[in-house]
Ligand binder design. Structure first.
Ligand SMILES: Nc1ncnc2c1ncn2[C@@H]1O[C@H](COP(=O)(O)OP(=O)(O)OP(=O)(O)O)[C@@H](O)[C@H]1O
Length: 241
């Protein structure tokens, strides 16, 4: 059975429709990368999946159960975790404390602090530093580790490489590739770096002005089709793969 399905999801901010009729399906171990220009609706979509943005139409199904009406904390308990844009750590607390707080009410499962440190070894030397003193890449690793400690089936990662140095991006994706290879967790990743997204994804979804411009396996499209879709350049032959 499909692990995670979104059917015809529309999201509004007041009178503005930020996401219009998006549908996706994901199985365990699969990665969907969402790409699109600024303002395309990527973050609104992710927040709607996490249950943080509630002004939506359509359905969200986890393991065949309709979870559309559930609040964010209830979705986390069912197995959806998000590392949000901006990371939202407790900056006065240490890395260890940020991670331990996340594990307090976690679902039972394989993720604990030692496993997070095995997956993100870059956190070991900074485990007792205040999160406010970390680099962007270190904060990103803490935020993803925190999400993993809830023992999710679906991991939502907004703006993975935004603001990170090339070395930090490499480190984070090295860990994410190991996670993908384990095959247990489905990931939805918003990624501004097109090459990185095409490399990492099983499926890409390109959004423009809230709509699906292109959706499918990365190798189903030419580079020109993908960049046209990214910038919202319409062409009957390139709009759908
Ligand atoms: N809280 C809000 N209130 C009103 N409009 C909003 C709000 N958040 C986003 N929007 C609008 O919704 C649309 C989609 O924004 P969103 O942040 O989801 O896009 P995005 O693709 O994530 O962009 P970016 O890459 O710049 O983060 C934009 O037109 C934006 O101005």
């Amino acid at each position: 059975m499909t692990l995670f399905a979104v059917e015809d999801l529309t999201c509004r901010h007041g009178l503005l429709t930020a996401v219009q009729g998006l549908s996706i399906t994901l199985n365990r171990g699969e990665v969907l990368c969402i790409i699109g220009a600024n303002g395309a609706g990527k973050t609104t979509f992710m927040r709607a999946l996490a249950g943080v943005h509630r002004n939506t139409d359509g359905r969200i199904l986890l393991d065949g159960t309709d979870i559309t009406g559930l609040h964010a904390f209830e979705r986390t308990r069912r197995g959806i975790a998000m590392s949000p844009e901006g990371r939202r750590l407790f900056y006065d607390l240490s890395v260890r404390e940020n991670l331990l707080i996340a594990s307090e009410n976690a679902r039972p499962g394989p993720w604990d602090l030692p496993r997070v440190l095995d997956t993100f070894p870059q956190l070991r030397p900074i485990i007792d530093l205040a999160a406010g003193n970390l680099s962007g890449g270190q904060r990103q690793a803490v935020a993803i580790g925190r999400a993993l400690l809830s023992n999710p089936d679906v991991l939502l990662l907004d703006e993975v490489s935004l603001g990170l140095s090339p070395a930090a991006v490499e480190g984070v994706y090295h860990s994410l590739a190991a996670l993908k290879a384990e095959g247990d967790i489905a990931m939805i990743v918003v990624e501004q770096d097109l090459n990185r997204a095409l490399d990492f994804a099983d499926t890409i979804l390109c959004m423009a002005e809230g709509r699906t411009e292109l959706q499918g396996a990365p190798d189903a499209f030419s580079r020109a089709q993908i960049t046209d879709a990214y910038f919202g350049i319409h062409d009957k032959e390139t709009a759908h793969g």
